[in-house]
Design a protein around this ligand. Structure first.
Ligand code: FNR
Length: 334
């Protein structure tokens, strides 16, 4: 509940670098709004919705159960996928299971993604998948959050080996994600040697877990609050190093951010903080309206760009300027 409260009060930090990307207008797109197909291809991941609700809640009893039910209902009504928050709480305490299983109860046929940290064992990963009949499993990397948490982990050895084993042995596709600090090219290269189906870059510029955890401690580790690979840069970094599906998240707030993420090569986009804000402040009806509006806006911009599906967006010419241009130059991209 602390995380939810501080995620809302610290807000989105707006450092994604998406503002440094412009599309080149195409005056002759030669298609109509009805030609647009708002679904995506994600290879082994088999996710069809280009937008999904990213991992947030679970554990914490009735309050998170209610919130998860609301999110699951919105996901069902709009036909999009949803990830639950870390299931470690429910693996440690079976009484917490209801707050996750509600998601499957509300949306029996939906695409639901389980979630655990990279400290999880193969056995825990299998239990988490079974708990909610997950269609895929996210494994999150959150070194900066743990370091900023007074009670957080201090030892991050062996994560890649555990991911390797889980991806090889579990029966559903595995996604490795960050939690708002981004995945670099170097990390993506390491992950490319495993059998994971997708990387969710979850970059800097949206929900900031260093800011959230700093709210919970007396001596602030303020240096971590501006730490991370901005989301637009992270998509480019991961795309070059990882041949499978790339998911975009971290500070995505509207359809324009999504279209830019797809143009950079992401196959789908996840929103956490901005959906949470709508869910808590305005309820499920507004969340459903917002998701439908996102899809409609996506269709409008795809029409203007002459892209009839999500994959076509990758062929759109882009103008990259400002900090993102500088960043890419220094990282050796042309
Ligand atoms: C999160 N996030 C998260 N991620 C994860 O893998 N496991 C988790 O349990 C949680 N918990 C969580 C709680 C709350 C309240 C928020 C807002 C977020 C991180 C989330 O999935 C995402 O990676 C980041 O929040 C960045 O995306 P946004 O929020 O900028 O869209």
């Amino acid at each position: 509940m602390d995380h939810i409260q501080f995620a809302l009060s610290t807000g989105q930090s707006a450092g994604t670098f998406f503002h440094d990307i412009r599309f080149v207008h195409q005056a002759l797109p030669n298609l109509g709004v009805e030609d647009i197909r708002i679904h995506t291809e994600t290879g082994d991941l088999k996710l069809k919705s280009p937008v999904f609700i990213n991992a947030m809640t679970g554990g914490g009893g009735r309050q998170t159960e209610k919130l998860n039910a609301l999110l699951a209902y919105a996901a069902k009504e709009t036909g999009i996928a949803m990830a639950v928050g870390s299931q470690m709480a429910a693996l440690r305490d079976p009484e917490e299971r209801a707050s996750y299983q509600i998601v499957r109860k509300v949306n029996p046929e939906g695409f639901i993604i389980g979630n655990l940290g990279s400290e999880a064992s193969l056995k825990q990963a299998e239990e988490a998948i079974e708990m909610i009949e997950a269609n895929a499993l996210q494994i999150h990397l959150n070194v900066i959050q743990e370091l900023t948490m007074p009670e957080g982990d201090r030892d991050f050895k062996g994560a890649l080996e555990r991911i390797e084993e889980i991806a090889e042995k579990v029966k559903v596709p595995v996604i490795v994600k960050e939690t708002g600090f981004g995945i670099s090219r170097e990390a993506a290269e390491k992950l490319a040697s495993t059998k994971i189906a997708a990387i969710d870059v979850s970059g800097y510029g949206g929900t900031n877990f260093a800011a959230i955890e700093n709210e919970r401690r007396a001596r602030k580790l303020s240096y971590f609050q501006e730490w991370g690979v901005p989301t637009a840069a992270a998509i480019i970094e991961v795309k070059k190093a990882f041949p499978q599906t790339v998911l975009a998240s971290g500070g995505i707030q509207n359809a324009l951010d999504m279209v830019k993420a797809f143009a950079l090569g992401a196959n789908a986009a996840g929103l956490a903080g901005s959906f949470l804000k709508t869910a808590i402040e305005h309820g499920e009806k507004q969340l459903i309206t917002d998701i439908e509006t996102l899809k409609e806006d996506l269709g409008m911009m795809m029409t203007a760009l002459g892209a009839k599906d999500i994959a076509d967006l990758e062929d759109c010419p882009l103008i990259i300027s400002g900090e993102l241009y500088h960043y890419l130059l220094l990282r050796g991209y042309d």
